[in-house]
Design a protein around this ligand. Structure first.
Ligand code: CP
Ligand code: NVA
Length: 306
């Protein structure tokens, strides 16, 4: 159990391991597109557990596992009732007897960490309230493809200090870029995540002025004003975040060769306009496709090391 490799947060891993995942993703991408990937993991099963809805995460993980020759299972929280029907330890024990790896989308990050601690198979974080590491790995892959490197780039997130902002802060511990978040007051990232990034010497800045933030942006990053589980706050958040819309006027202040990313799903006309989302700087669908390539490399890596 001690030697297995989980993928729960970006900064849990060395730069060398993260580089290896990105390079593997790049090497496998053309093979996957041509249906030429070797079936390295026949007879292997990835259990995919979801407590929240998903398009990209579910489909990209399930397809990625099939591309490697394996199988995937889709399981909802209602069925396994982790923490209610059965405790996390027992779920971890039983799942480890059936599956070769577990991917989980959950609310409480601590429960995912507990699952990983007690599971003898690798556990991959497919989004929690705290982080979304697979998304940011796919985002870095997309940035490297379009801008050549992330080194020295200004990655400017406009919006909520949420799970994506936290994962960007984690990434800034390992990758040499500048992370800038423009968020309304009261919507800053997790205190512990910010403290860790600061202690590690990561380059980041939090501001409440989107116009200041966007000056010199190489990457403009968007996400919903309210995350899954925060639907009841939608009205208040729409109001609080109104000045934080990614629109053409704001983007005009960025670097002339900037790219626009959004993890999706987008609320078009709310946090991002159609004009930007469908505009010449937008690479949001390349980014979505890269979920599959980045995650296939993560699955491949944890199964090899696990
Ligand atoms: N970006 C992302 O995780 O999308 P889904 O919620 O559709 O999986
Ligand atoms: N912050 C969003 C990301 C969705 C992919 C959420 O947690 O709902």
């Amino acid at each position: 159990m001690a030697n297995k490799m989980d993928f729960l947060a970006i900064d849990d891993h060395s730069y060398a391991d993260l580089r290896g995942i990105l390079d593997l993703a790049k090497a496998q991408k053309p093979l996957a597109r041509n249906h030429e990937l070797p079936h390295t993991y026949t007879n292997h099963v990835l259990a995919c557990v979801f407590a929240k809805p998903s398009l990209r995460t579910r489909v990209s993980f399930e397809v990625a596992m099939r591309q490697l020759g394996g199988e995937s299972l889709f399981i909802t929280d209602k069925e396994i009732g982790m923490g209610t029907r059965e405790n996390v330890y027992d779920v971890a024990q039983v799942m480890s007897r059936f599956a070769d790896a577990i991917m989980i989308r959950w609310f409480d990050d601590n429960e995912v960490q507990e699952l990983a601690k007690h599971a003898s198979v690798p556990v991959i974080n497919g989004l929690t309230d705290l982080t979304h590491p697979c998304q940011v790995m796919a985002d870095i892959l997309t940035i490297e493809e379009h801008l050549g490197t992330i080194e020295g780039k200004n990655v400017v997130m406009v919006g909520d200090g949420n799970n994506l902002a936290n994962s960007w802060l984690n990434a800034a511990i390992r990758f040499p870029f500048n992370f800038i978040l423009a968020c309304p007051e009261g919507y800053t990232p997790d205190e512990g995540v910010m403290n860790k990034a600061e202690a590690a010497g990561a380059s980041f800045m939090i501001t409440h002025d989107p116009k200041e933030a966007i000056e010199g942006a190489h990457v403009i990053y968007g996400d919903a004003f309210y995350s899954m589980g925060q639907e009841e706050e939608a009205v208040k958040r729409r109001n609080d975040f109104a000045p934080f819309q990614i629109n053409s006027e704001l983007c005009a202040k960025a670097d002339k060769d900037h790219i626009v990313l959004h993890c999706l799903p987008a609320h078009r006309g709310e946090e991002i306009t159609d004009e930007v989302m469908d505009g010449p700087h937008s690479v949001v669908f390349d980014e979505a496709e890269n979920r599959m390539h980045a995650q296939r490399a993560i699955i491949d890596t944890v199964l090899r090391k696990g």
